[in-house]
Design a protein around this ligand. Structure first.
Ligand SMILES: *[C@@H]1O[C@H](CO)[C@@H](O)[C@H](O)[C@H]1NC(C)=O
Ligand SMILES: *[C@@H]1O[C@H](CO)[C@@H](O)[C@H](O)[C@H]1NC(C)=O
Ligand SMILES: *[C@@H]1O[C@H](CO)[C@@H](O)[C@H](O)[C@H]1NC(C)=O
Ligand SMILES: *[C@@H]1O[C@H](CO)[C@@H](O)[C@H](O)[C@H]1NC(C)=O
Ligand SMILES: *[C@@H]1O[C@H](CO)[C@@H](O)[C@H](O)[C@H]1NC(C)=O
Length: 190
């Protein structure tokens, strides 16, 4: 009797693990909108702002940037060697070249987007991976880092998205955030 109960529950565990994996794969293939969570931040989407071609998050466009701003979808392959290209989640904006997300892994710099030929020296476009539903940077298979930060802009409730590769360089007012593919389930308070 006890034996039977045990084998049934292990079967259930195996089945739900298989489901979780299938859900992961589907998200990786179709791309993902990324949402940001932190102490005062309840899931606004990561968006793209032209000019410096950098990443921001918040519920409104950022005022200190000129040019196009648009919500984006990230190609998120299940493979740390392939860059994460972005597409505009918009009927009016199309990028004129393939833009990949990049970070400076060892500094404190804003997350940006660049064509393969114009990634700033020292910055990298590979190594991005899912850690559960969170975006990580994996220097290798045993070193997953989740070190995104928010830095206030001049627009209330809108922040620049940074990678915190060196916390000694983080300015006053910056704060750690998690970048996830999970949409918020309640209205943002900010
Ligand atoms: C992104 O989408 C959100 C929700 O639809 C919207 O409030 C916001 O203004 C959009 N941001 C940009 C830069 O288009
Ligand atoms: C992206 O576009 C889809 C379809 O228009 C919309 O449902 C979704 O809310 C958008 N996401 C963001 C973050 O704007
Ligand atoms: C795309 O537009 C940007 C900004 O205007 C420009 O710097 C870049 O050279 C353009 N790329 C191509 C392939 O035309
Ligand atoms: C993984 O990367 C970290 C940081 O770059 C390094 O310290 C560590 O030795 C690496 N481990 C392996 C197994 O390559
Ligand atoms: C905010 O505005 C001030 C004054 O215009 C400017 O010096 C500062 O760089 C701006 N902050 C950011 C994050 O752009």
């Amino acid at each position: 009797m006890l034996f039977n109960v045990k084998s049934v529950s292990s079967l259930i565990v195996v089945a739900s693990l298989a489901n979780a994996k299938a859900v992961n794969k589907r998200a990786d293939v179709t791309g993902a909108t990324l949402y940001v969570y932190g102490s005062d931040v309840n899931g606004p989407a990561v968006f793209y702002a032209d000019g410096k071609r950098k990443a921001y998050f918040g519920n409104s466009p950022v005022s200190e940037v000129t040019g196009t701003q648009t919500n984006i979808t990230f190609g998120a392959p299940d493979d740390t060697t392939t860059p994460w290209a972005i597409t505009a989640n918009s009927t009016t904006v199309t990028f004129n070249e393939t833009l990949n997300m990049y970070i400076n892994p060892t500094g404190f710099d804003q997350v940006g987007f660049a064509s393969a030929a114009s990634v700033p020296s020292g910055d990298i476009t590979s190594g991005f991976a899912w850690f559960g539903k969170s975006v990580a940077y994996a220097a290798n298979s045993s070193d997953y880092k989740l070190m995104f930060s928010g830095v206030p802009t001049n627009t209330t409730g809108v922040y620049a998205l940074y990678w915190n590769g060196d916390r000694t360089l983080a300015p006053t007012g910056s704060f750690p955030v998690t970048v996830k593919r999970t949409a918020p389930t309640f209205p943002s308070l900010s």
